[in-house]
Design a protein around this ligand. Structure first.
Ligand code: PEP
Ligand code: MG
Length: 580
């Protein structure tokens, strides 16, 4: 039974449609000197057409999945202005005097060189986006319609080597039951859109296009990442039941919406959400979020050709702060780099982007950019409850440097008599082992901690968090991780500051109980997990989680901790979630 990466939850059963994109047959021919102008016009016309097509797709995306996810298509539009792609092709036409199709194809072929050092995650995805746009222009040049999934008649499951975001957005939820692809990861744009559209999806199946035959029946389980080809009648019956269970489970979760995140024995924790922009705040609050524990501001800097101005940033932060009031919004300063990058910012290519010039390191050097953001955050603090959080802190000196800059910005605002919360809390993300080990020192300089488990696991265990090949080594219950979090919490509490957890561990029912037992005070989770996590917290005694953690901390290997956690908590979680 093929097993891939569960990219979008839900179970579906249907007939396979193999989506094969035909390659363009491109003729290469020389053009005369007097034809160059005409050829350039032809290319520009094809780009203009692509722009109109993409604007139409972006409009549809906005209507279907909201402004937040439609940014992907705005990014596609910005690719149409990429000098390397457009000017590069135009220069080739002028210099080489070859037809536009050939010049564009050759420009596209050169693109991987530029992206050579960036073999992971979103950067790789972005290269696929460029290819996608290039194909669109080529299709316009050779005057043939690009394939669109909206033409499909039947209820089907798409099986493809890969899907682009524009393929995914063209999917009609009523007709396309789900999709399975050979490649891809959970962070791909395609997976992001699938989750927004609530289309079940499994990616990274390696050879599903070879194994599944057109028209055959498959069961696609987006919860576990399993795909069953030609299932038996019994398997179909079982999965239909599973499907019904999934629906009623989702419905049942709503009952905890207005209740506090409190354990049976009365420990109340804060349950906030992670957001990437103001568009997400309404739904999160409707689902009972107690504020924002992590506002990933870097998305404001992405997919555009200039840096966001102070006013633009103020508008975004203010909107979230006002809507979330009386709850708190923790605004994380720019966390660029790693798998998040912006094309208009001169970050040199690096061999190890996750460990390179990024986040707070970049901000402490590009002080002007940092100050604009700090000013916007401080000004937004006048309109609600706002806290500042620094990402990727590796030691206390970075906190001190950042705080010094913050103080300067505060002084400037005061001089100009611009109002802001003067006693604004400042926190540090603890997501690098060096910070976790020196948490006692850092705790003296900040008002709170938030544990970034996504990166803490990556850096501690030396496992690239976006590489599916080493995913088996990414172990949240590794004894080292448990000990590090234990140390962080102890150091924070000794210093009388609170400690949150905003990595994906908090969005997982099993791990959230371990974090609870370790003494975490605040959980910031992905909005779609909020109700499930609240139910879990409400279904257990804090005392019990503490007992489990005490035993866990005595174990020496990841296999032992994993087995222990499974034995002690899996059944319990099932029972809690099944309860009415
Ligand atoms: C983390 O590292 O756990 C985290 C929450 O930050 P990000 O996922 O944005 O790196
Ligand atoms: Mg992080």
């Amino acid at each position: 039974m093929p097993k891939g990466i569960a990219a979008s939850p839900g179970i579906t059963i249907g007939k396979v449609y193999i989506l094969e994109k035909e390659n363009f047959c491109i003729l290469e021919y020389k053009i005369k000197k007097e034809e160059v102008k005409k050829e350039i016009e032809r290319f520009k016309e094809a780009v203009k057409e692509a722009k109109e097509q993409l604007q139409e797709i972006e409009k549809k995306a906005r209507e279907k999945i909201g402004i937040n996810e439609s940014y992907i298509f705005r990014a596609h539009l910005s690719i149409l202005e990429d000098p390397l792609l457009i000017k590069g092709t135009l220069n080739r036409i002028k210099r080489q005097r070859l037809n536009a199709e050939t010049c564009l194809r050759n420009t596209l072929r050169d693109f991987p060189l530029r992206f050579a050092a960036a073999q992971t995650g979103l950067i790789k995805e972005r290269f696929r986006d460029v290819e996608d746009i290039g194909e669109r222009i080529l299709a316009n040049l050779v005057n043939r319609p690009t394939f669109t999934l909206s033409h499909l008649e039947e209820n089907i499951i798409i099986v493809a080597h890969d899907l682009t975001p524009s393929d995914t957005i063209s999917m009609q939820k009523e007709k396309i039951l789900g999709f399975a692809t050979d490649v891809g990861g959970r962070t791909s744009h395609t997976a992001i859109i699938a989750r927004s559209l609530e289309i079940p999806a499994v990616v990274g199946l390696r050879d599903i296009t070879k194994r599944a035959k057109p028209g055959s029946t498959v069961i696609l389980d987006g919860n576990t990442g399993r795909v069953i080809i030609n299932p038996t009648a019994k398997q179909i019956e079982r999965y239909q039941e599973e499907r019904q269970k999934f629906f009623s489970y989702k419905k049942r979760l709503q009952s905890a919406k207005d209740l506090p995140a409190q354990t049976i024995d009365g420990r109340e924790v804060e349950l906030a959400v992670n957001i990437a922009g103001p568009e997400e705040i309404d739904v999160a609050l409707e689902n009972g979020a107690e504020g924002v524990g992590l506002y990933r501001t870097e998305y404001l800097y992405m997919n555009r050709t200039t840096l966001p101005t102070e006013e633009e940033q103020l508008e975004a932060y203010k909107e979230v702060a006002q809507k979330a009031n009386p709850y708190t919004v923790i605004i994380r300063t720019l966390d660029l780099g790693g798998d998040k990058f912006i094309s208009h910012f001169p970050v040199p290519q690096e061999m190890n982007p996750f460990m390179g010039w990024r986040a707070i390191r970049l901000c402490l050097e590009k002080v002007d950019i940092f100050k604009v953001q700090l000013r916007a955050i401080l000004r937004a603090s006048h309109f609600g409850k706002v806290k500042i959080m620094y990402p990727m802190i590796s030691g206390v000196e970075e906190v001190r440097k950042a705080n010094k800059i913050l103080l300067e910005v505060k002084k400037e605002l005061k001089e100009k008599k611009i109002p802001f919360a003067e006693d604004i809390d400042v926190g540090a993300m603890i997501e690098i082992p060096s910070a976790a080990i020196t948490a006692d020192i850092i705790a003296q300089e900040v008002d709170f901690f938030s544990v970034g488990t996504n990166d803490l696991i990556q850096y501690t265990l030396a496992v690239d968090r976006v590489n599916e090949k080493v995913a088996y080594l990414y172990q949240p219950t590794h004894p080292t991780i448990l000990r590090l979090i234990d140390n962080i919490v102890r150091c924070a509490h000794r210093q009388n500051i609170w400690v949150g957890a905003c990595g994906e561990m908090s969005s997982d029912p099993l791990f959230v109980l371990i974090l609870l037992g370790l003494g975490i005070d605040e959980f910031s989770v992905s909005p779609s997990s909020l109700l499930e996590i609240k139910k879990i917290i409400r279904g257990i005694k804090w005392e019990e989680t503490e007992e489990i953690v005490l035993k866990l901390l005595k174990l020496s290997t990841p296999s032992q901790t994993r087995r222990f956690v499974q034995r002690r908590l899996s059944k319990k979680i099932e029972q809690i979630l099944e309860k009415e």
